[in-house]
Design a protein around this ligand. Structure first.
Ligand code: PMP
Length: 424
């Protein structure tokens, strides 16, 4: 596979962009290759600057659930563009999108639109603190909630501690109110509630963790979080930036039948354009300005082009529930291919799959939390990644990400991918 133009672009890129990219994982650092520069995409395929075609399982990290450049979505975007790119004033489309979100996820009685998942989570946490008048939050090791200062933390190894910043440039004081628990470990949450009694504003969780690879919640984990937050006057925040409209139209909250107090959305809700959203119980959302004292604003919030893409995407998903079954069946085929590979090659692989999310870990251990996820052999992953790319299959350049199946993946795409998974 030729890669000359990407090589040239990369050389140029690193002169002007840190690492040559605008988001770190794109630099292919953990797989030791030159990143491919993307020129265009259509349906399930993505094309790089050298003209190579790949079946795309990154799907822009989730938003492209209908496939790339979906005709109906593009038509709405084109129409919206001609009417003006941004007004900084209320529009009908914001109302339609908020209503649609609320109808699809009834726990989101009121919604505020923002421009990214990071912003959605940052604002939801501010709202939770404003509402409860408490400062501390619990997050789970290995869950990602965007790059705002207070959330860029994981705990020191093993121990449950107050978190230390995970990034340079984050003052320790910014993360002192972030407590870290272990995903799927109820006692770690219980302990924090006991130790910091009366101080915890919210527990934030990816209901299906999809930023340490894909890790499913054990059966009683989410109900436990619902109960313990209720009992302690704390809020439960579901970060559904990935799972929203993906695990099913109603996201993880519908799938697991748990009603969070607040929900954060991103990715699919913008249909490929930059949108995030947060929302939840009316009494909580009434804290947000201009109604209440929790300040939050945005020049491009509720952007008319982005809302056009989001509305169309959600409408298509809503009107075609069969798409979810189809995507799930495709993901199961991929999971089966990994299982076959594992058996044939006597190679330890654990596959976690739910709906259209899938992740293969190169490990013997059942992956149920951060500690088991990091047992995966990342050298093996890098090798597998390189071979997949060379065969025209574009997957995440990091072990700790999901593989996304879209409605645009064809049976032929899946068949070819399964074959490559087994052969390489
Ligand atoms: N929450 C989750 C669960 C995410 O996966 C992400 C991004 N991958 C974010 C928040 C942050 O969203 P964004 O990148 O749009 O800021």
């Amino acid at each position: 596979m030729k890669n000359q133009i990407s090589e040239i672009l990369y050389k140029e890129a690193i002169r002007f962009l840190p690492g040559g990219v605008n988001s770190p994982v794109r630099a292919f650092g953990s797989v030791g290759r030159t990143p491919v520069f993307i020129e265009k995409a259509k349906g399930s395929k993505i094309y790089d600057a050298d003209g190579n075609e790949y079946i795309d399982y990154v799907c822009s990290w989730g938003p492209a659930i209908l496939g790339h450049a979906q005709e109906a979505v593009i038509a709405e975007v084109n129409k919206a563009v001609r009417d003006g790119l941004t007004f900084g004033a209320p529009t009908k489309k914001e109302v339609i999108l908020a209503e649609l979100i609320s109808q699809i996820m009834p726990s989101m009685e009121m919604v505020r639109l923002v421009s990214s998942g990071t912003e959605a989570v940052m604002s939801a946490i501010r709202t939770a603190r404003g509402f409860t008048k408490k400062d501390m939050i619990i997050k789970f090791r290995g869950c990602y909630h965007g790059h705002s200062d207070g959330l860029l933390v994981k705990a020191g190894s093993g121990a449950l501690t107050q978190a230390v910043p995970d990034s340079a440039g984050v003052p320790k004081s910014y993360t002192e109110n972030t407590l870290i628990a272990e995903y799927n470990d109820k006692s770690s949450v219980q302990q924090l509630f006991e130790e910091y009694k009366g101080k915890i504003a919210a527990v934030i969780v990816e209901p299906v963790a999809a930023n340490m690879g894909v890790v499913l919640p054990e059966e009683d984990f989410l109900p436990f979080l619902r109960n313990i937050t209720n009992e302690n006057g704390s809020l439960l925040i579901f970060d559904e930036v990935i799972t929203g409209f993906r695990l099913g139209i109603g996201g993880a909250q519908e799938y697991y039948k748990i009603k969070p107090d607040l929900t954060t959305l991103g990715k699919i809700v913008g249909g490929g354009m930059p949108i995030g959203a947060y929302g939840g119980r009316k009494d909580i959302m009434q804290m947000v300005s201009p109604l209440g004292p929790v300040y939050q604003a945005g020049t491009l919030s509720g952007n008319p082009v982005a809302t056009a893409a989001g509305i169309k995407t959600l409408e298509i998903l809503y009107e075609n529930p069969g798409l979810y079954t189809e995507m799930q069946l495709k993901a199961i085929q991929l999971a089966d291919a990994f299982a076959e590979r594992s058996k044939d090659k006597k190679e330890p692989i654990q596959v976690n799959q739910i709906g259209s999310l899938i992740c293969a870990f190169f490990t013997d251990y059942k992956v149920k939390d951060y500690n088991s996820a990091v047992t995966s052999d990342t050298v093996k992953y890098a090798d597998y990644f390189g071979k997949m790319m060379d065969k025209g299959i574009y997957i995440a350049p990091s072990q700790f990400e999901a593989m996304f199946v879209s409605a645009a993946h064809t049976e032929e795409d899946i068949r070819r991918t399964c074959q490559v998974i087994k052969d390489i």
